[in-house]
Design a protein around this ligand. Structure first.
Ligand code: NAD
Length: 478
């Protein structure tokens, strides 16, 4: 199967752009070059801005029902093309094809949800103070959007933003990630084939900081949406402030998992392992710090280690692969540094702890026990297949430790005690909390963080709301 043809998409036209610059896209499992991705020039970005401005005028005046028909048709095409899109995600990003296929299911679900939800941009009538007066609140699309997303879910990070923006009636310039461009391109082809008007969706690639600086300096852009690390999110928010551009920030996380004596430990260890090593741990809501109550600590750590040793690590397109490589060579050094640092702080290495082979960027599923709070991995987002496990005595202690970081994206607990689960739900500093499972991301539910994990949720009705603005209209004598 051929890899996707890599192109820019501006004003309904596919091209190699005019910069003459490009970069190779690498398969992280084999280190082979999959394709060459063109970079946009500033002239290309100007064309994308003009197109987004024009596209917004068309799309905002298209009725939500007419928009839904096009978006649903695009979702149908994504369904049809899913096998090849998923395979290419696996080849360029490393995740097993099955995971990539599930990612596409999620993408299609998000698009259908947003297409439907766009019809519910309800305003309200507010009782007037003066006879004959009519007071109305209406919601309208905020305007052309600039969006930038990370590589770890190349299709769903993109669709979270496209679905919300297009469902709300906004146009968008998307800069998908340069290491994993194929699914964004394939999805743009689906939108075009479904009849999305030219200019409503534009897709560019290049040097990320140059593109964001250029786009955020334009008076055309009215919203910024970013998925990526906290430092880059802070930088972009500062740039957006200069033009009072509103932001949605989906940033890093460091999810605590609190496992209590009363939990079903075999089930908890099985779920924790499957979820920790999914996508090689490169997931913003990945369970990250495992706090285990003393009575079940040894059993949990041993079960986690055994699961980690059993995981089949291989190229994502290989039959039976459960975990693929990391996205790039740079991540291998980060993993080794975190593991070595934890061990030097007294942690015990129960599984993994080193690179696997010397071709491709594979790192063994790793479990560390007895990891002290001072170890780097308990404070910095690992974004990889390393699970640090530590013990705790009681409820108050574990809540304090779970809440100690500036991050506040996902959090989890395993307990059969409803009162305890509710108390954590009340006290945890996080945007999301899962009890006895990890399934906290669905198209219809709000997804997002607090504090250094960002703000402005995607998914659910809140996702669309973030791309709308409120207008108040007061009429007398009409
Ligand atoms: P990163 O911030 O370095 O890069 C993320 C994306 O932003 C990449 O595509 C990168 O090219 C781009 N980028 C970098 N600098 C930019 C700039 N100045 N302007 C515009 N774009 C820029 O992060 P990373 O380490 O590559 O990705 C992983 C991070 O993303 C983790 O922190 C992870 O938690 C976070 N993430 C968050 C969510 C969420 O929904 N909260 C989802 C996925 C990933």
């Amino acid at each position: 199967m051929a890899y996707e043809k890599l192109e820019l998409f501006i004003d309904g036209k596919w091209s190699q752009g005019t910069s003459g610059k490009s970069q190779d896209v690498i398969n992280p499992a084999t280190e082979e070059v999959l394709g060459t991705l063109p970079h946009a020039s500033t002239a290309d970005l100007d064309a994308a801005l003009t197109a987004a401005d024009k596209g917004f005028k068309i799309w905002r005046n298209t009725t939500p029902i007419a928009r839904q028909i096009i978006l649903d048709k695009a979702a149908d095409l994504m369904e049809e093309r899913k096998p090849s899109i998923a395979k290419n995600i696996s080849r360029e990003m490393g995740k097993p094809v099955g995971e990539a296929s599930l990612e596409m299911d999620f993408v299609i679900g998000c698009l259908r949800w947003d297409a439907e939800q766009g019809k519910r941009a309800y305003g309200r009538l507010i009782p007037a103070r003066i006879p004959g007066q009519r007071q109305m609140m209406i919601k309208e699309p905020v305007g052309p959007v600039a969006a930038f997303v990370a590589w770890n879910f190349p299709a769903s990070n993109v669709m979270r933003k496209l679905g919300n923006a297009l469902g709300a009636g906004c146009s968008i310039i998307m800069k998908a990630d340069e290491e994993t461009p194929s699914s964004a391109i394939a999805m743009a082809r689906c939108f075009q084939d479904a009849g999305l008007p030219d200019g409503v969706l534009n897709l560019v690639f290049g040097v990320p900081s140059e593109i964001s600086s250029y786009l955020l300096d334009s008076p055309i852009i009215k919203k910024l949406s970013f998925t990526g690390s906290t430092p880059v999110g802070m930088l972009l928010q500062a740039q957006a402030a200069k033009r009072m551009i509103r932001c949605t920030m989906e940033l890093g996380g460091h999810a605590p998992v609190m496992i209590f004596n009363d939990a079903d430990i075999a089930a908890a260890a099985q779920m924790c392992s499957a979820t920790k090593f999914r996508n090689a741990g490169q997931v913003c809501i990945s369970p990250t710090r495992f706090y285990v109550q003393e009575g079940v600590y040894d059993e949990f750590a041993e079960r986690m280690a055994q699961h980690a040793k059993d995981i089949v690590v291989a190229e994502g397109i290989t039959e039976g692969a459960q975990m693929g490589p990391l996205i790039g060579e740079r991540r291998l050094g980060v993993m080794q540094d975190l593991v070595d640092d934890a061990v030097s702080h007294g942690a015990e290495l129960l599984a993994g702890g080193e690179r696997l082979g010397n071709k491709g960027f594979f790192y063994k599923p790793t479990v560390l026990k007895g990891v002290p709070e001072e170890a780097k991995i308990m404070n910095e987002e690992p974004f990889g297949p390393v699970a640090p496990v530590a013990s705790f005595k009681d409820f108050d202690e574990v809540i304090e430790r779970a809440n100690k970081l500036e991050y506040g994206l996902a959090s989890y607990a395993f307990t059969t005690d409803g009162a305890k689960a509710n108390a954590i739900g009340d006290q945890i500093n996080a945007g999301m909390f899962g009890v006895n499972h990890f399934g906290i991301a669905t198209p219809e539910t709000p997804f997002g963080g607090v504090n250094h994990s960002g703000y402005g949720t995607e998914g659910g009705e809140e996702g669309i709301t973030a791309y709308q603005r409120v207008k108040f209209i007061s009429e007398i004598g009409v």
